[in-house]
Write a new protein. Structure first.
Length: 367
């Protein structure tokens, strides 16, 4: 199906301009936009017993070269792929996608083995057969589903479903007493190999569940499943509940540690700011201190001025020599009242006191 004319013109214009989406060119590694050819199926793939086959037309197998060249629309290449498809995952979907794209015109038939066959030849499954049928039905690459598919493909089965090629990975599949159950298909030239997807398989998923059994059991207990439904013993149930409480405590401790780290970080940031401000203030304080108490500071000048004022106050100016002088009159003599005798004196000074009868006190001494 070709794209519309307008889109072709636009694509030619883009190639001419040499620019792609967001101004990128083809050299930038961005593939050009492609038209959407299918919107996907709206209904699940039908089962083989629900599909009518016109047996009036003879069944003639197409060769590999004819299939690669392309067949008419009314005669697609019928490719068959079988499997267990337990826990249907992306590895299964990729294998079916490869089988669907083996040839230009492909009709993909997928066979799903029943629980009885699977349990006998491979082992117990997680999903039952109806769940596995339904999972394959809803894969977009599947055109038809065969329920209760055989473990080994017989010529009768291939003729009944008019199968041209069988798709599977090329690794020998040993089972049911055979080294490779697809050996006769390979010898008949009907085998079309596909590639396995590394890192994903049903066995890997089951291994993860078994390895992390305690984690999933605890999760389902929290979601409301009972210990009986999970086949968990009474002791393990109590252990899981205890572990859940311990994990909650650990989570709280972790949250407290994170909050404390944030608090410490904020305190460090504030302390750095305070230290910077303190350094600025200390520089300002030291500068002011030096201005006041330094060698040439203001305090030295103040002390000099104060010293000069003190000296001026202690030693006042002398009076001029031309100032008039006054003679002082002799001080009147003083005598002890009510007595004509000399005042008492010590024996050591008695001889001297005896020679003096009166004491003369001048005005200056009085002052």
């Amino acid at each position: 199906m070709e794209p519309p004319t307008s889109s072709r013109l636009n694509s030619r214009k883009r190639r001419k301009d040499g620019s792609g989406p967001n101004g990128a060119t083809e050299l930038d590694g961005i593939p050009p936009k492609m038209s959407r050819r299918s919107l996907g199926l709206r209904e699940p793939a039908p089962f083989s017993d629900e599909v009518e086959i016109d047996y009036s037309k003879p069944y003639i197998r197409v060769t590999y070269d004819e299939a690669m060249r392309g067949t008419p629309l009314d005669r697609p290449v019928r490719v068959y792929a079988d499997g267990i498809f337990d826990l249907f995952h992306s590895g299964h979907a990729r294998a079916l996608m490869q089988a669907k794209n083996l040839f230009p015109n492909t009709y993909l038939i997928v066979g799903v083995c029943s629980d009885e066959l699977t349990h006998n030849f491979k082992g117990f499954t997680v999903m039952n057969e109806n769940e596995r049928y339904d999972a394959v039905q809803h894969c977009r690459y599947v055109d038809e589903v065969v329920r209760n598919a055989p473990w080994t493909l017989t010529p009768e089965f291939l003729a009944e479903h008019r199968i041209d090629f069988v798709a599977h990975d090329d690794i020998p599949y040993s089972s049911a007493g055979s080294d490779d159950v697809y050996k006769h298909i390979k010898e008949a030239g009907m085998f079309a190999p596909t590639q396995r997807t590394e890192g994903i398989s049903t066995s890997d998923i089951i291994t993860r569940i078994v390895r992390d059994y305690d984690v999933y059991a605890r999760r389902n207990l929290q979601r409301g499943y009972t210990a009986k439904e999970l086949n968990v013993s009474f002791i393990n149930e109590k252990k899981y509940h205890l572990q859940e409480r311990v994990d909650k405590v650990k989570k709280r401790v972790k949250d407290v540690e994170e909050k404390s780290k944030e608090f410490v970080q904020k305190v460090e940031e504030k302390s750095i700011d305070l230290i910077q401000k303190w350094e600025e203030k200390s520089r300002e304080f030291i500068g002011n201190f030096l201005e006041m108490f330094g060698p040439e500071g203001a305090l030295k000048h103040m002390l000099k001025e104060g010293k000069g004022r003190m000296l001026q106050a202690i030693s006042p100016k002398q009076s001029p020599s031309s100032s008039p002088t006054h003679d002082r009159s002799p001080s009147p003599s003083f005598r002890w009242p009510f007595s004509t005798k000399t005042p008492p004196s010590s024996p050591a000074n008695r001889s001297r006191n005896e020679s003096a009868v009166t004491y003369d006190i001048s005005e200056d001494e009085e002052d």
